[in-house]
Design a protein. Structure first.
Length: 212
């Protein structure tokens, strides 16, 4: 992470490693916590909740996976940041539940950059409208954008998608929208993502191994 940041003269401290712990048991998660990781990401609410109670305080949890509407009430206020807001009805439900709990929920808008079918995320042409709508909801704090680019054997394959996202965020920022965070990059392409401006990288396999 530091090497990638230094290649493009970025401050490594502006990049947060979100350790993705899906499929990883609490004992193994404690090992990475002992190694200094305290921002953890899960991609399913049902899997996360028992781990959150098992591991106790001192961890910041992020939800990085698809969020079903009926799981919103369990997610709001539990996850510090929800990376996967991709439709207005989900944003509205998050806003409603956050209001009920008397909190402000931090979120990112997820984009399906390559318009892949079966992938979550708002289509590129719908991004600006959704971002504006989410930013206007009083109990959500929109912090930025998230992307999962098409699977590519070569990490360079992700670069145009990361670059596109960073440029869109910059344009929308100029329009007054607060999109300082870019969640992009996983085990295979986090270095490219950092070079392209990622502020949050989501890494599982490179830490825990495959199948752990
Ligand atoms: C699993 C997952 C990751 C981590 O992927 P790795 O390739 O294991 O690093 C990142 N983001 C999301 C949304 C995931 O579901």
């Amino acid at each position: 992470m530091v090497a990638a940041a230094e290649r493009v003269w970025r401050d490594p401290h502006r990049i947060t490693l979100v350790v993705v712990t899906k499929g990883v048991m609490p004992d193994q998660i404690r090992e990475v916590m002992d190694a200094g990781a305290f921002v953890l990401g899960e991609n399913r609410v049902q899997e996360a909740l028992p781990k959150i109670s098992a591991l106790g305080p001192g961890i910041t949890w992020h939800l990085v996976g698809y969020l079903q509407r009926n799981k919103v009430k369990d997610a709001v206020g539990i996850f510090e940041l929800i990376h996967s807001v991709d439709r207005l009805e989900l944003a509205r439900e998050l806003d409603r539940r956050a209001a009920q709990k008397g909190i402000i929920q931090k979120v990112l808008v997820q984009t399906n950059v390559a318009r892949e079918s079966g992938k979550h995320g708002v289509a590129p042409e719908g991004l600006e409208a959704l971002v504006g709508e989410v930013a206007a909801l009083p109990h959500l704090l929109l912090e930025g954008l998230m992307v999962i680019p098409p699977l590519s054997a070569d990490p360079e394959g992700s670069r145009p998608h990361f670059r596109w996202l960073a440029q869109r965020a910059e344009e929308l920022r100029r329009g007054g929208l607060p999109l300082q965070e870019l969640s992009m990059g996983m085990s295979n392409d986090f270095e490219v993502a950092i070079e392209e401006g990622a502020t949050l990288i989501r890494v599982g396999t490179a830490i825990f191994g495959r199948g752990h």
